[in-house]
Design a protein around this ligand. Sequence first.
Ligand code: FAD
Ligand code: DLZ
Ligand code: SF4
Length: 513
Amino acid sequence: MMGTLRLILADQLSASIATLQGLNKAKDTVLICEVMEEATYVPHHVKKIAFLFSAMRHFAAELESKGVRLRYVKLDDANNTGGFTSELKRATKELRPDKIVVTEPGEYRVLSMMKSWETALGVPVEILPDTRFFATHTEFDGWAKNKKQLRMEFFYREMRKKYSLLMEPDGKPTGGEWNYDKENRKPPKAGMKSPPRITHKKSEITKDVLKLVRERFSHHFGTLEPFHYAITRDQAILELDHFITHVLPSFGDYQDAMVAGEPYLFHSLVSSYLNAGLLLPMEICQKAEAAYRQGHAPLNAVEGFIRQILGWREFIRGIYWHFMPDYGERNGLHATRPLPDFYWTAQTHMFCVAETVRHTRDHAYSHHIQRLMITGNFALLAGLDVKQVQAWYLAVYSDAYEWVEMPNTLGMALFGDGGVVASKPYAASGKYIHRMSNYCEQCKYDPDEMTGENACPFNALYWDFLVRHEDVFRGNQRMPYVFSTWDKFGQDKQKAIRAQATLTLQKMTEGQL
Ligand code: FAD
Ligand code: DLZ
Ligand code: SF4
């Protein structure tokens, strides 16, 4: 062969991916490979592996049906060498391409690998920008330059203007405000349920993949079946349209609510499809905006939803690439306590944590507030090791790749990046969880108790965390009343709270929490 070898990764399954631009069907070959190294660098949830392998196989089949020459390497192919570099080496030897083309990856680890290929393989390697995002690296770096603080809200406004999303002809934001977040914090109503979600008929490809994953990854975390994921772009679009019509109108109001037995509530579930490339960010935002313009969904819901994708998702990506590789080594609050087993087993009396881990285990999903204010908040308050916590988040969610997982975990949830992503820690006691969920009703612990056998562990841990890091937080302008409340407790109460926190951490270590 004398053409180009074009490598597509599992999170690059878009027809518009830069790798496929300028493809010569007569000469070029597209390489897609299922490799053990990627499936195990963290022990990914079985549903995540099944979703990606099935989506990869379907994407390859679509390309083939359009006459593209494909080299698809299955995980159990006899000659599979198990890694990107070794698979490229094998392909290069057999196909003798003039050059290799690839789109930049979503992880620094893989980018370093890519940068070594030209030397390792002796073939020119072209690494193209990932054009599926709203902001380029240069654009984000330019925005971030010379700013003392990077705030998502201001970056988001730039993106709104640039892409004319929810903007009026006079240059003002639709409705007059940029952000309707204060309307998006309603606690759940009694008996609240998520509208039913779409499931898809399983293809033979998916059945084969499920069998493979059952055989090869049964020791990984998670429940494989029932398996409801969309694995093609058409199926993902069906889910998106269903969300826009039936779920989006309530997305805003109950964005922060949590309900036992309801992993999805009014969330979109698009992250796995978006991050893998089955859906594109612009089409999602445009469909949401159209729902508002046609009177199907209120502005607080649509603005809130668009802000997640146009604002948060892009901001998070910008942060990752702007601060890597140094970012990955940060541990601003020196958090080093080992991750307790209940993050994997759900064996804890804390109902909120057990329920979030159960949702995660069964669906490779939990929604943002569960990730941030339950498992994330506990890890923050207990001072759990930042690397272990990040590895957990990277493994257990079907939408997790380091570019998006790391700033969310290290920066937003663990306040471990020195305050880049968050200007104050998302630390909360049982009171917040009690207000925003129905979890406490089913819990052994009492959210109103600070000390004693039945006290909610989050309560004493919350104060202990703040006091442990008093040097960092006492002067924080965004936490004016916190320390004055602590000061008013008086010495006896303060001592009792700290003793309770010590006991709680000891119980955690002993598996008794
Ligand atoms: P919705 O609530 O319906 O939101 C719509 C979309 O907005 C999401 O699909 C997502 O693409 C985007 N979005 C919303 N919030 C964020 C955010 N903070 N950062 C980036 N995009 C956002 N998201 C991931 O995609 N991958 C991860 O690995 C990931 N890890 C996280 C770890 C922690 C500790 C926390 C607190 C958040 C994490 N998030 C991650 C962000 C967010 O929780 C998920 O994007 C969201 O829960 C996905 O569900 P959904 O599609 O139903 O989202
Ligand atoms: C997450 C993942 C998994 C589980 N398996 C593969 C795979 O077999 N082949 C592949 O191309 N990509 C896989 N991925 C996604 C890669 O790890 C992903 O491209 C990086 O995480 C982002 O750079
Ligand atoms: Fe969680 Fe505390 Fe409520 Fe139990 S009482 S569910 S531990 S917040």
